[in-house]
Every structure is written in structure tokens, then in C-alpha cells.
Ligand binder design. Structure first.
Ligand code: SF4
Ligand code: SF4
Length: 281
């Protein structure tokens, strides 16, 4: 079976260090790779970039970084408006903007809903990530961004090889497109894209101390999840669906049961929740 290159990005593993971004700049800025890409300009283009997503309200805040690059789609929107075969998909799945044929075709920039094509005003050329195809064709296993990622947040390889790490991740963890609604059949897929969370802090009212190891149960949307509060009395339920009403129960021996109904219209910080002893009736 022929190769089909793809990538799985684990957002939970991305620390926002920008090593991938810098590796892309190092490889492509000022470097021409005839047949693959013209040089990336020193400013204004980001063939891989990070989108920062901040969620919640103080003190329950989560910050995520989502690496964003061309997804080398099976149904590439960018090919539709390109003339003279200026954008094409290689047999291995990599989508290339031909640096000669694409000259003057500014319309290509706006055909990608992921907004990962950039216009080079000086060269009158649309440009984007080609997964370092020149590098792969020399026998290297990974694009430069993947090589440089210190946390293995980016996993690249042959999706058609069941023994590859990337194929294993797809089979076992079911990563998704960052925007499945575009319908482009992307081959850069994501794990742990931020969803909504419900968090809070359990406190013992009588002593005003954090309540550690208290079981908190969240139910809704067909799932039931349990966590125990940490040493600060904190609990988190992350990865929840948007706009969903959940029930949250807190029960500890000797204390009155607490039931709440958080709604994930946004991330929910329930604040301090006080456990009262049953004797306080
Ligand atoms: S992500 Fe955009 S530029 Fe990349 S292949 Fe898909 S449509 Fe084309
Ligand atoms: S190199 Fe890896 S950890 Fe650093 S920003 Fe890029 S994807 Fe995230």
C-alpha cells in the first residue's frame, strides 16, 4: 500500500515552547527548495503557529496551545480555485503549492478555511507548509517541526502503516480534525482539543480547611465521572461538552450531601463549596 503521510497533535503535551515554530523558520526562511517551496519570508508567514486558548476565570484557569499548520487534506479546498495544477496532492498525501505555477494566483490564499496559506507580496506567490517534503524525500523520517518538539506533542508518519506510531494513535485514540465542519478530510488530527471544564474547591465549613480526598461525581450527557479532591480541596472535570447541563454530587462521610447543576455554557468555576457536618441540621 502506498504511503499516506499524516500527523497527530496532542494538545495536552504542547507546552507552548515554540521550538516547532522556530524549526520551521530555520528550515524555510531564506531557503529555496525548487520543486517544493520558495523561501519563506522572514516576517509575516507562519507555516506552523500556535493558537493560545485561555479558559476559565481566576483562580481556575487553563491555558492551552494548539499548533496549527496545513492539514494536507484529502479534499483540499486550496486545490479548487488553483489554475494550471498550481496546487496538487502528491501520491504520499502531501499538498504542494507549486512555487512556479502558483505565481500571481492570490485567489488560492482565500480557499483554505484553516487560514494556513500566506501571500508573498514580493514574489506574488501563495505559500504554506509542505511538511518539509524536500527533507522527507531525502530519507528523513520527520519534518523539522516534529524533529524539534521536546515533548512529542507532534507525531508524524505513514497513516497506512499499522506499525507506525501515528497510525497507532489514530486507531487507539480517535483524534479529530480541528474543524470537522469544513469537511476537508484533514490528515493533521488533534487529541485533547480544549473543551469545557467544571471545577471547584471543597472546604470544610466548621474548620474552614480544604477538604482533601472527597469524592466528587459528575453525571450528564450519558457519562458519569468521578474524581477525588486534591490537597487543596480542588477538583476538575475537563473535556466536557459545550452547553450541557450536568449534575454534580459531593458526598463525604459525616457531612451533608451537596448537589449542584453546572451548565457548560462556558467553563464553570463553582468556587468554594462548603461541607457542613450532619450535626449542623
Ligand atoms: S489545510 Fe488548507 S491549505 Fe492545507 S490542504 Fe487543507 S485546504 Fe489546503
Ligand atoms: S515544539 Fe512541541 S511542545 Fe513546543 S510549541 Fe511546538 S508542538 Fe508545542
Amino acid at each position: 500500500m502506498k504511503k499516506k503521510y499524516g500527523m497527530v497533535v496532542d494538545v495536552d503535551k504542547c507546552t507552548g515552547c515554540y521550538a516547532c515554530f522556530l524549526a520551521c523558520k530555520d528550515e524555510n526562511c531564506g531557503e529555496e527548495f525548487p520543486g517544493y517551496t520558495a523561501a519563506q519570508p522572514m516576517t509575516g508567514q507562519f507555516w506552523i503557529n500556535l493558537t493560545e486558548v485561555e479558559r476559565g476565570t481566576f483562580p481556575k484557569i487553563k491555558l492551552s496551545h494548539i499548533p496549527k499548520l496545513c492539514a494536507h487534506c484529502d479534499k483540499p479546498g486550496c486545490m479548487q480555485m488553483a489554475e494550471n495544477g498550481a496546487v496538487y496532492k502528491r501520491d504520499d498525501g502531501i499538498v504542494i503549492v507549486d512555487p512556479v505555477k502558483a505565481v500571481g494566483q492570490k485567489q488560492i490564499v482565500n480557499t483554505c478555511p484553516h487560514r494556513v496559506i500566506f501571500w508573498n507580496e514580493e514574489k506574488q506567490l501563495p505559500q504554506k507548509c509542505d511538511l518539509c517534503a524536500h527533507f522527507l524525500d531525502q530519507g528523513f523520517a520527520n519534518p523539522r517541526c516534529v524533529e524539534m518538539c521536546p515533548t512529542s506533542a507532534l507525531v508524524f508518519g505513514d497513516l497506512n502503516d499499522p506499525d507506525s506510531e501515528v497510525a497507532r494513535l489514530v486507531a487507539e485514540k480517535n483524534p479529530s480534525s480541528s474543524h470537522p465542519e469544513f469537511g476537508l478530510k484533514e490528515n493533521v488530527l488533534y487529541l485533547n482539543i480544549p473543551k469545557k471544564f467544571v471545577a471547584g474547591t471543597v472546604v470544610i465549613k466548621e474548620t474552614d480547611r480544604c477538604a482533601k480526598d472527597v469524592e466528587v461525581v459528575l453525571k450528564g450527557n450519558g457519562v458519569e465521572r468521578r474524581v477525588e479532591t486534591d490537597v487543596f480541596g480542588d477538583f476538575w472535570f475537563d473535556g466536557l461538552e459545550n452547553r450541557t447541563e450536568y449534575t454534580l454530587d459531593i458526598e463525604a462521610p459525616g457531612y451533608k450531601k451537596i448537589s449542584l447543576v453546572p451548565d457548560t455554557l462556558s467553563d464553570v468555576n463553582l468556587g468554594e463549596i462548603f461541607l457542613e457536618t450532619e450535626a449542623e441540621h
